[in-house]
Design a protein around this ligand. Sequence first.
Ligand code: ZN
Length: 132
Amino acid sequence: MKTDFLCPKCGGHLSVGGFVIFSATNIKGEQGLILLSPHLGDYSKIIHPSFKILVGSKVNYFCPICKVNLVAHEIHQDMVHMVMIDENSEKHNVYFSGIEGEFCTFKVSDKNIEKFGETSANYEKFFAARHI
Ligand SMILES: [Zn+2]
């Protein structure tokens, strides 16, 4: 089984065509679609050229199915939450930074936290306080 990503609210499948798909808004409130790599730590991103995202600005990520804002309030206002089902059918919570250009992802299981990306140390304390 391949890795899958789900909306934590509606359980809808966000992985389509080899990407993880979100609807999003930029700091001007303009809407667009964002396609992210399903490989944690790979920060390549596909967006339509008309949807402008400035490095360092916050992007709001929404489930394209139920439209819920995926912000992880329980961790940090800049963290985005999705559910990952790995190739062994195990469930993990995945969080990544909604700040454009911040390379930071956490994969959280019951007793294990894996971090990816060069700025993940900036957010580590928010996870440590919660899970250790
Ligand atoms: Zn949803």
